[in-house]
Design a protein around this ligand. Sequence first.
Ligand code: ZN
Length: 427
Amino acid sequence: MKEEDKAAIVNALGLNGRVLGDLGKTDEDIPQLVHEIMVKDEGIWNLEGIEQWISEEEQEAILSIPVHEGEEQDKRIWAIDKSRVYSVKFGYASLKVAMQNNMCSRASSSHQIDKRLWKVIWSIKAASKVKVFLWRMCRHALATNEELWKRKCKDEPICVLCGEDVESVEHLILLCPWTRQVWWQGCFGLKICKERVRTIDQWLLEVFMEVSKLSKEAESLKTTIAYTCWVIWNSRCRAVMEHKEVSGDKVIQWIQSAVSEFLSVWNQNSHQVSKALKPTSKASIGIIIRDHFGKLIEGDGKKVIGDSVLISEALAVKEGMKLANILHMEQVEVEMDCECSFRSIMNPTVGADWKIRPIVADIVSLKNCFNVVEFKCVKRDANMAADWVAIQSRLGMGFAELSRYQPSSLVRILEKDGLPTPHSSVL
Ligand SMILES: [Zn+2]
């Protein structure tokens, strides 16, 4: 792999500047350049040739990068600084932080994490953000009060929710009185024994091993455990930020709905998921095309790879323009409700957020297919119909007949959507 190409992957979303393992130089069958693992026509990655050389975490991070359909060259980007340009000052500062972190992790690395745990974590049926969270949790990479105190960012390491003990990751996820209640009363009915918890990774592996013996429910229980950890952490962060108490009942509800929503999408998709396209970082986009009277011409929904609003909104604009082009439209007005995507599209050369630059480049070249293109940023509630399509698409619904037949729930939204306005066509 050439240095330039490596830089493109190193800057991948989610990899946070980590350098990937060397893929080797002698075997000619291994893809050597980034474009060899891109399937540009389909907008996806094919990692088959390199997957045995990189970790699952690296695979997931690569899969979550949008694939650029145009011919534009890759660029080096210094993701740490806002200017995206490398400077010696920032290079020095970030190296210093990295070295400090390295020293901290080495100090606590006398404890070795059992490698079997990583295998289990990456094989759980859960959203990739949840699996990455478990991985960070087991590596003590969460900003608990104990970790912040060790780094001198907090005066004391005590748990702010109970005030009873040091807020270690074990206390926060398992032993704090309210989290014990969540594990016990929640969908899992698990009693946490303090004596069994030495470190979070040891506890998690033991529980996963026990659960694996239950052949029938093993998979869904692992999913529930993963989401329970993730929801506990997020609820705790919310409570601390908003200076509120946590409601155990609400936390349990959140876990149940997150698990059932994920599993229903997973079960619908599992038969069509190919190896090159794992269900990672999935989002759904919705496209609504109307004429200048506000009448619906066409609608479409798609599942896309990209785990942020920014990426999915930019992809929705791109796919919407492609659809308008197929429909031979000449004048279009494109509405979106994500301000950051809007700014990036309006100012593609200097203002585009680097994470969506490849998509913005495709949008710019798609502009040439139309006589007039206008972009507008609208309020979210003026875009409810597209939201409806995105949600239906996430639930696995198709849209072949949407221009002829619209479900009554969509018709009601279309009537409320703040249109018609004097547009030629609205995406
Ligand atoms: Zn506590």
